[in-house]
Design a protein around this ligand. Structure first.
Ligand code: FAD
Ligand code: FES
Length: 282
């Protein structure tokens, strides 16, 4: 099954009206919202794509889709309060209206990874953009080789989707490794950085597809560890978060040479992304 990136059929510059159907507090500063279109049905998307969420009178920001594409209902987004717009989004209550443009961008290579071992590596909020890929791989488990999910957060209380993590850990046909940078007294799991987890799981480096999302330093170290283990750069996919405005390759806000992170990304293989990695946010 090939999943091609979905494109919105509406005018990509005009936010469509969505209703906040459900709000779930994940962490003190992070919520997950389900957004249903005021008219019509939710557009299709592929795991890894993002929407532009617009809070009227405040502003618009890029937010990855974190839900299950196969599930009925609206778009699911997990948002951390870091500034003006994200604060306004995390303060929304059920019934509120929000503007939404999308979906935009490229997806995780879930189709290309069929037949290969899969390593999914997430740091902090980076688990949100990867969650749709995890749902897809688990729903189509027989199409993949060995599957490993490696996840790290700063503290135990920063671990996202704790209930789901616990459920994934119960599965016998995937490896799930979780680590924290700083343990509390009641933490009995791994302590250390996520890239260190790579050596704990079995995979064939020549037949592995890796999907990595998190803070850039964590992605850089993870990519290096994967390369050291023998995984080719074109098999290592990362999601780049760069400031965006138009999200359709017109304004140049996210441009690095010939590459537009909004339309050539956010998910790109390491061999394409390596140069962008060396450039700080503009
Ligand atoms: C493709 C993509 C997917 C994203 N997915 C998610 C997601 O699923 N959940 C989520 O909470 N956030 C996500 N982000 C990040 C989100 O867009 C930013 O946190 C947001 O733009 C901050 O806006 P603000 O007005 O709330 O804060 P601001 O006041 O603009 O900024 C607050 C802080 O966040 C930093 N920042 C601002 N914009 C970005 C940006 N685009 N990327 C990274 N840091 C930024 C600033 O440097 C500053 O330190 C994504 C970004 C991109 C580009
Ligand atoms: S955000 Fe405008 S070109 Fe990418």
């Amino acid at each position: 099954m090939h999943l091609a990136p979905a494109v919105t059929s509406a005018d990509p510059f005009v936010p469509q009206l969505y209703r906040v159907d459900h709000v779930r507090r994940e962490l003190t500063d992070t919520v997950t919202l389900e957004l249903a279109p005021r008219q019509g049905s939710r557009p299709d998307y592929v795991p890894g794509q993002f929407n532009m969420l617009y809070v009227f009178g405040v502003g618009e920001i890029a937010i990855s889709i974190s839900g299950d594409r196969a599930a009925a209902g609206g778009f699911v987004h997990t948002v951390r309060d870091v500034g003006a717009v994200s604060k306004a989004i995390t303060a929304l209550e059920a019934g509120a209206t929000i503007g939404l443009r999308g979906p935009f961008g490229t997806g995780w290579p879930v189709s290309a990874a069929e037949g290969s071992d899969v390593i999914i590596i997430a740091g902090g909020l980076g688990l949100a953009p990867l969650r749709p890929a995890i749902y897809h791989v688990l729903a189509n488990r027989s199409r993949y080789g060995r599957v490993a999910i490696l996840f790290g957060a700063r503290h135990p209380e920063d671990l996202l989707y704790r209930d789901e993590l616990a459920a994934w850990r119960q599965k016998l046909d995937i490896s799930v490794e979780v680590t924290v940078d700083h343990a509390s007294a009641d933490w009995h799991g791994n302590v250390g950085v996520v890239p260190d987890l790579i050596r704990r799981v079995a995979f064939d480096p020549h037949e592995t597809v890796a999907m990595v999302c998190g803070p850039e330093i964590m992605m850089r170290f993870s990519a290096n560890a994967l390369r050291d283990a023998g995984v080719a750069p074109e098999r290592i996919h990362l999601s780049m978060e760069r400031n965006m405005k138009c999200a359709i390759g017109l304004c140049g806000h996210c441009q690095f040479g010939p590459t537009f992170v909004c339309k050539d990304g956010p998910v790109m293989p390491l061999d394409r992304i390596a140069r962008i990695f060396t450039v700080r946010e503009i």
